[in-house]
Design a protein around this ligand. Structure first.
Ligand code: NAD
Ligand code: ZN
Length: 253
């Protein structure tokens, strides 16, 4: 749907609301230096997901899968939140945004000050033993270039959801509830191809929410589910929306 300037339209939809929710994906962290999985710079160009990101692959060959995971741990450890993460935290502080449902495992929403964050795919901060379920902070067991092990001798898995693993039930329940009851859903930086996260915009839309998509590219949602597409990067779009909300003018910083 096109209705004039999409940034101004997004600001108009958010102004005065207290029930907006954001669904974020890898794209929101691209400007923090963490590549997305899809797209020309994506990690999937280097690592076939079916070979590296499934539970089966991990159980068959954990050392091989840790080659990809170690890159993710290093990238997440070095990254700092960007203006989009901070902008969403600001919208939460203003009482407009109620929750962030994120598919990301990098912890950058919390680092930016967001309080109500639902981590749909877990996070990289903890490692869990696939034999005895003991958990460790990643920092404690992490040795660069090697697969970390548990005291019981088994290889540890990061506490993230691999393909073939279920979504943590509490995250799933909370996300569904937010989707069913929000007034506006901001969908930022996700290709909406990973199930079941890709169902969240449809659930929200079906329950009556307005879906605003922020993504420099079109996705499967753009012409089907999204009521409004803001075709910019996450930082530019969120900054511009905040400027418009504050009644300011001019180009985003
Ligand atoms: P994806 O890689 O499938 O898609 C990324 C999307 O972001 C694309 O649609 C792309 O057009 C868009 N994008 C690229 N740059 C952007 C920018 N600057 N601003 C806004 N949008 C931008 O990501 P996905 O849909 O989140 O699915 C990938 C899965 O991999 C997720 O489950 C996620 O958990 C995981 N993952 C996480 C991280 C992380 O934690 N930072 C990084 C890579 C992958
Ligand atoms: Zn163990």
């Amino acid at each position: 749907m096109t209705r004039g300037d999409p940034v101004l339209e997004a600001a108009r939809l958010l102004r005065g609301r207290t029930d907006a929710v954001a669904l974020t994906g890898a794209g929101i962290s691209v400007e923090s230096g963490i590549p997305a999985f899809r797209g020309w710079q994506g990690l999937w160009g280097k690592y076939d997901p079916m070979e590296y990101a499934t539970l089966g692959a991990f159980l068959r060959s954990p050392i091989k899968v840790w080659r990809m995971l170690s890159e993710m741990v290093a990238l997440c450890g070095d990254a700092a939140p960007n203006a989009a993460h901070r902008g969403l935290a600001e919208l939460e502080g203003m009482g407009i945004l109620r929750a962030v449902i994120t598919q990301n495992v990098d912890g950058l929403h919390q680092a930016a000050g967001a309080r109500n964050v639902i981590e749909y795919h877990g996070n990289m901060e903890a490692l869990v033993c696939i034999a005895c379920w003991r958990r460790y902070p990643t920092r404690q067991r992490w040795v660069d270039g090697r697969a970390p092990t548990c005291d019981c001798g088994e290889i540890l898995k990061p506490d993230v959801v691999l393909f073939g693993e279920p979504i943590p039930w509490l995250a799933q329940e909370r996300a569904e509830e937010e989707a069913r009851t929000c007034g506006v859903l901001l969908v930022i930086g996700t290709s909406a191809q990973v199930s079941p996260a890709c169902d969240i915009p449809r659930v929200a839309k079906k329950a009556g929410a307005t879906v605003v998509e922020i993504n420099p590219e079109e996705t499967a949602l753009t012409r089907t589910v999204a009521d409004l597409h803001v075709p910019g990067t996450a930082t530019d779009a969120v900054r511009s929306i905040l400027i418009a909300l504050s009644g300011g003018e001019g180009t985003p910083r």
